[in-house]
Design a protein around this ligand. Structure first.
Ligand SMILES: Cc1cc2nc3c(=O)[nH]c(=O)nc-3n(C[C@H](O)[C@H](O)[C@H](O)COP(=O)(O)OP(=O)(O)OC[C@H]3O[C@@H](n4cnc5c(N)ncnc54)[C@H](O)[C@@H]3O)c2cc1C
Length: 447
């Protein structure tokens, strides 16, 4: 077939699958595709090790890491995390959830990792398994060829030079850059689920003396959102505030000063940070949640954050990205080798991509409200509800644990509790609507 390629770019390089982006989603897909015998090229715009936020993993990540052959490396850099602690200022206390109490008793703990190290382990593994990994290359354009002829991918090197690849298949793992989502205009912000974040790393934050508790992720709810406290193995602690954007917009001074002022609004966290030193710049991100209307198309699949992003309260992002990397590899393999089965495989892929964000979103949309907070602060295992919620917290949503009926019971209990406290529920709904309204008007102003 004749390929229309800009002659100044020369003959395109050939590959079977081109992966855009070398975060956890892209590297996982690349590793699995090489194992399935495909020639894989992964283009990453940055150079690893590079900073990335999102240090807290879930127990459900561990079997995935083992399958990729990197579990020991991750163990060597990780801080063991046995569970999560939720601290509510309205209750004046915390409640700890240990993963060991979840439905699947083999999912006992997870790790917290510096993402620069973790993501580098994965991308180097992809290289080791035979993928061609090229860093410092940003994908600029993709031209799909007619009649399932694959695609031409155009990329720019950081020195400004350009190159292109002819590929049979493309996996978009570009994270929040949402390469195809933007290009195809299929990315939709989730208005119910808006937040923004500020974060930095601290040295000298106070940890729990008990070794098992020392690695817990702590979540602190406060009036403008919530904080995370994520202890890392090298003594550094990742601290972040996820707040309603109206609050971020109320900032008068620098981001660092504003972050410190925000921490002071949460005394139990401020106490743990008394005497600690900020060792990084404070970064702020408008992390509005979104989802793409497409997870696949003719000769391409979208994985991880490139497809959807949800509030990180349940630390689900890396697990969802890696899980989709596995599924993308399986699906692309079917599309390339057994095209007559591709329609069924793609349908299955799409259902899986929708499932993760949907399961977590139901909780995230409600967890900053009083009814859900009360349920979290006084968990009960009637109908195995606590085990089911713990399974969700452990990331066990694609496994064999039959948590559906117990989650349904938990959701029913939530609706009954809301119904029985109508004034409080209405006030919470009104408050939430106000927050969203403020965001919508800001967005309109920005447009
Ligand atoms: C404030 C915040 C806190 C979070 N906390 C957690 C947490 O505690 N636990 C958790 O599990 N998740 C957390 N997350 C989410 C988590 O970071 C992401 O879900 C995860 O990194 C997604 O992996 P990915 O591979 O899809 O994308 P990414 O990890 O973002 O990787 C995408 C890669 O693609 C590259 N890229 C982008 N565009 C191009 C291009 N055009 N060409 C070439 N390369 C490109 C990027 O450089 C990047 O390396 C958090 C997110 C935020 C914003």
């Amino acid at each position: 077939m004749e390929v229309d390629v800009d002659s100044s770019l020369g003959v395109p390089n050939e590959t079977d699958v081109l992966v855009i982006g070398g975060g956890p989603g892209g590297s996982t897909a690349a590793i699995m595709l090489t194992e399935l015998g495909h020639r894989v090229t992964l283009l990453e715009k940055a150079h690893h090790p590079r900073f990335h936020i999102g240090e807290s993993l879930l127990p459900a990540n561990l079997p995935l890491l083992e399958r990729l052959g990197v579990l020991d490396q991750v163990k060597a850099i990780g801080m063991q995390k046995w569970g999560a602690e939720f601290f509510s200022k309205w209750h004046g206390r915390g409640e700890t959830f240990e993963f060991g109490g979840s439905w699947n008793k083999s999912l006992q703990f997870a790790y917290q990792v510096r993402r620069s190290q973790f993501d580098e382990i994965l991308i180097r593994r992809a290289e080791q398994r035979g993928a061609t990994v090229i860093e410092g290359r940003r994908v600029r354009d993709v031209d799909f060829l007619p009649a399932s002829g694959g695609a031409i991918v155009h990329a720019e090197h950081e020195d400004g030079s350009r190159a292109c690849w002819r590929t049979r298949y493309v996996v978009d793992a570009s994270g929040r850059d949402t390469f195809f989502g933007n290009r195809m205009n299929v990315k939709h912000r989730n208005p119910k689920h808006s937040s923004a974040a500020m974060f930095g790393h601290f040295k000298g934050a106070r940890r729990y003396p008990d070794a098992r508790r020392a690695g817990l992720i702590s979540i602190y709810w406060f009036e403008h959102g919530w904080f995370w406290f994520i202890p890392l193995a090298d003594g550094v602690t990742s601290i972040g505030a996820v707040v309603w954007p109206y609050y971020l917009k109320s900032r008068k001074g620098g981001v660092r000063e504003f972050f410190e002022e925000t921490i002071a609004m949460c005394p139990p966290l401020a106490e743990r940070l008394a005497g600690a030193q900020l060792v990084t710049e404070v970064e702020a991100t408008g992390n509005y949640s979104y989802e793409c209307a497409l997870s696949h198309g003719n000769n391409f699949l979208i994985v991880g954050d490139a497809y959807a992003f949800i509030d990180p309260m349940f630390s689900s992002g890396v697990m969802l990205a890696m899980n989709s990397g596995f599924e993308a590899a399986r699906t692309a393999d079917i599309c390339l080798r057994q095209p007559n089965q591709s329609a069924h495989a793609l349908k299955r892929y799409h259902r899986m991509m929708q499932r993760g964000p949907r399961e977590y979103s139901w909780f995230i949309n409600r967890v900053t409200g009083p009814t859900m907070r009360n349920l979290f602060m006084s968990p009960r295992n009637v109908f195995r509800m606590k085990e089911a919620v713990l399974s969700l917290l452990a990331g066990d949503i694609f496994g064999r644990s039959r948590i559906g009926p117990s989650l349904f019971a938990f959701k029913s209990l939530y609706y009954i509790a809301s119904f029985l406290t109508p004034r409080r529920s209405l006030a919470a709904l009104r408050q939430r609507a106000l927050n969203i309204k403020a965001i919508e008007s800001e967005r309109m102003a920005a447009d």
